[in-house]
Design a protein around this ligand. Structure first.
Ligand code: NAD
Ligand code: WQD
Length: 337
């Protein structure tokens, strides 16, 4: 049985489906601080099976222990965490507590129960402002905000854990920019309030919830001046987790892998692709750069192919079509249910 922390969230809910499709049994542990149980109802509908769920906070060791008491947990996919960069600057203590202290509790409970296999949600944010692209796993690491630092610190903690006990099997997955949704249109990204990320903002503009998109800067050193990112379909990303968990027994040392497509698209490329997918115009205005943003970020995905036999197959058109289907069917996300 696989424990999926944060399994009710955006990436976790999609990963639950891919785990099921690949024949794996799982239990979700989530405190719903940034999600709702409705996402899991929808997952249950898609896979035609009830979801095993324990509601709780990863900082609560007793609640975590309950999961280990009630289920035979062999490995953990650890998504649970807070993820908004701007909010992390406003609330560093909450971010360090939730993400780092939470992970410490999780690892302690795992150790106590002799469960030593973990796949961790890291992020391309740990590369800071890369000196060149595409980004390889051995590039220098840095972070400028508490969210990114929490990812860096957790990576370090997990590396130390392995050094202390080589029985641990640890995979650090560094995601680039996850977008898209499940084909059913039943689950997708459901941000609270005004979206910080580009894709949900574009989708909400297309559906008429936002007047226009602000394009943060058009004077970057990129093909059209707007920021370039490696957008990856959440289903491809989810499948990367399945590959990682299937591979984990043969992992030596700590395996660190980029999950991206290797292709970079600008903000305006994404606007255009979304207009095509939705048939809607996306009004936009060029505004000053957002502080902390970088010009270009995209992965070298070749190591993922070599070690996990995984590569992304879904293109930007599919990403936009699937995001649009989710958005148009659920203009208020899960909130109307
Ligand atoms: P999300 O917010 O949709 O999902 C996270 C889930 O964790 C939520 O369901 C939330 O309720 C739960 N959670 C948070 N704190 C918890 C706690 N203390 N105890 C129990 N549950 C808790 O985010 P997501 O986009 O699905 O991201 C999943 C993971 O991937 C996060 O760790 C995030 O930092 C990482 N990541 C996300 C992105 C991205 O752009 N979405 C990129 C790179 C890495
Ligand atoms: C993408 C591009 C913006 C919104 C963030 C985190 C990162 C990771 C993924 C978790 C940039 C531009 C955006 C808007 C815009 N999360 N943009 N107008 O900044 O690459 O990464 O999410 O780990 O850690 O930092 O993603 O979607 O916010 O921005 O012009 O309203 O879109 O400037 O070029 P980002 P994003």
């Amino acid at each position: 049985m696989i424990l999926v922390t944060g399994g009710a969230g955006y990436i976790g809910s999609h990963t639950c489906i891919e785990l099921h499709n690949a024949g794996h049994d799982f239990v979700v542990f989530d405190n719903f601080s940034n999600s709702s149980s409705e996402s899991l109802n929808r997952v249950a509908k898609i896979i035609g099976k009830e979801i095993k769920l324990v509601e709780g906070d990863i900082r609560d060791s007793a609640a975590l222990q309950q999961v280990f008491d009630n289920y035979d947990i062999e490995s953990v996919i650890h998504f649970a965490g807070l993820k908004a960069v701007g909010e992390s600057v406003e609330m560093p203590l909450e971010y360090y507590d939730n993400n780092i202290v939470g992970t410490l509790h999780l690892c302690e409970v795992m150790k106590k129960n002799n469960c030593k296999k973990i796949v961790f949600s890291s992020s391309a944010t740990v590369y800071g402002d890369p000196h060149t692209t595409p980004i390889k796993e051995d590039f220098p690491l840095s972070a400028t905000n508490p969210y990114g630092k929490s990812k860096l610190f957790i990576e370090e903690i997990l590396r130390d854990l392995y050094i202390s006990d080589n029985e641990w099997k640890i995979v650090l997955l560094r995601y680039f920019n996850p977008v898209g949704a499940h084909k059913s249109g039943l689950i997708g990204e459901d941000p609270n309030g005004i979206p910080n990320n580009l894709m949900p903002f574009i989708a909400q503009t297309a559906v008429g919830k936002r007047e226009h998109l602000s394009v943060f800067g058009n004077d970057y050193d990129t093909h059209d001046g707007t920021g370039v990112r490696d957008y990856i379909h959440v289903i491809d990303l989810s499948m990367g987790h399945v590959k990682a968990i299937e591979k984990i027994n043969s992992v030596e040392k700590v395996l660190t892998v980029n999950l991206g497509t290797g292709k970079g698209y600008s903000v305006l490329d994404m606007v255009q692709a979304f207009e095509k997918a939705s048939g809607k115009e996306i009004p936009y205005k060029i505004t000053p750069r957002r502080s902390g943003d970088i010009a270009k970020c995209f992965a070298d995905p070749s190591y993922a192919k070599a070690v996990l036999n995984w590569e992304a197959t879904r293109d930007v058109n599919e990403m936009c079509e699937d995001s649009w289907r989710w958005q148009v069917n659920n203009p208020n996300g899960y909130k109307n249910d």
